[in-house]
Structures are given as C-alpha cells and as structure tokens.
Design a protein around this ligand. Structure first.
Ligand SMILES: O=C(O)CCC(=O)C(=O)O
Ligand SMILES: [Fe+2]
Length: 203
C-alpha cells in the first residue's frame, strides 16, 4: 500500500492493543512535515496547575479540529483551530492506514530533552469510551513508556522514530498510563501529533 510501510508490530497486552509502524512516512516526507509544522504552528505555552501549584507546561502545544471544539485536561482548556493543508494531508494518510476517522489532533513540541509529558492516560470525557488514538512522530526519537496501573510487571517502552505511527486502542486509556520522560541525552526537538475523536462538536 505504501512504499515506506515496511514493518508493522502488533502488540497485544492485557487490557491494551498497540500497533507500531516505524515508517509510515519516508525520511524525506518526515523532514518536510517536521519543518512545516514547526514553523506554521502558533505554539501555546500553557500554565498547568497540579495540587494547587502553577507551572509552565514542559512542552509547547496546539489543537486543531475539523469543527469548533475544545478539549480540557490538567485544568487547561484548549480551543481548536482549523486543520491546515499540511495537517489534513497527514490526517488522510493516518486515516487510510488505520481505517479510522479523526476529527482533531493535539500537537506537542518537545524542544529538547528537558521537555516531557508526565504519566497520564488520555481518558478525558471528550474522548468518549472507544478511545482510538493515532500518534505520529517527527524529529528526534524519544522513548514512549507505558505501564499497567495494576499489573506491576507490565511496563514497556517503544522508541518512537521519525515518521512513525503508534496506534493505541482497546481499554488502554482505562488501565495503562504513558509518558515521555525527560532525558539527559542531548536531543533535538520532536513533534508528536495525536489524532483523536472528540465528541463535544455541538458545544
Ligand atoms: O509525545 C508523545 O509521543 C505522547 C503524547 C501524549 O501522550 C499526549 O499528547 O497525550
Ligand atoms: Fe497521551
């Protein structure tokens, strides 16, 4: 189907199913998408409040959707912007390979190894109960860690490569948490796009 779709790993775990495609996009396409998204995006740097203390989020973000929508997490409400042609092109590729439709994408920019995304599950009510999340990575490779919240031996990591797609489905957002940890290694910036289906379209 796709020249660069050379490998696919299917991981069936207790209460979760993951599909990892290392090269959904070629190196050339990925370089171009990375550059384009980095410069075209009006990045937000939000404050988050945890246990009453306010911090700057350790990464930059942006939200896009096919209609007026908002998404709330960690006391942040993000209002979605319309999809750009670049983002639509990526969305179409992800939809055809995953056989799933998405109406929004949350984008993270990890500027260097100091930026991170701490342990969480994407279980906000706007995501509904059938949470199918497609995560595309461009730029520096970072480790995606995930752990089961009850089964202590179920702890894994995947190195998310330039141009890769990771699909998270099943009950994963109910039973597992995931994170992108800080790293002391010198790493360049990385962009991650998580395609989601939000259900508050009428708001
Ligand atoms: O950067 C990643 O690979 C993960 C992003 C993520 O978990 C999220 O935005 O919810
Ligand atoms: Fe997440």
């Amino acid at each position: 189907m796709d020249l660069f779709f050379t490998d696919k790993r299917h991981l069936k775990l207790p209460n979760a199913e993951l599909i990892y495609i290392p090269r959904l996009f070629s190196k050339q396409e990925s370089d171009a998408f990375f550059k384009c998204i980095k410069s075209e995006t009006n990045w937000q740097h939000d404050d988050i409040t945890i246990f009453g203390k306010t911090y700057k989020q350790p990464r930059l973000t942006a939200l896009f959707a096919t209609s007026t929508m908002s998404y709330k997490y960690s006391n942040i409400t993000m209002d979605a912007l319309p999809f750009s042609p670049t983002l639509l092109e990526i969305k179409n590729r992800v939809e055809s390979i995953s056989n799933h439709e998405f109406n929004s994408v949350l984008i993270n920019l990890y500027r260097d190894g100091n930026d991170s995304n701490s342990w969480h599950a994407d279980n906000e009510k706007e995501l509904g109960i059938n949470r199918f999340i497609a995560s595309v990575s461009f730029g520096a490779e970072r480790l995606f860690h995930f752990k089961h919240q009850q089964l202590k031996n179920e702890r894994h990591k995947i190195n998310l490569e330039h141009g890769s797609l990771l699909i998270m489905k099943g009950e994963m957002q109910h039973y597992w948490k995931h994170q992108i940890a800080k790293t002391k290694k010198t790493v360049e910036s990385r962009i991650n796009l998580t395609f989601r289906t939000l259900i508050n379209e009428s708001n």
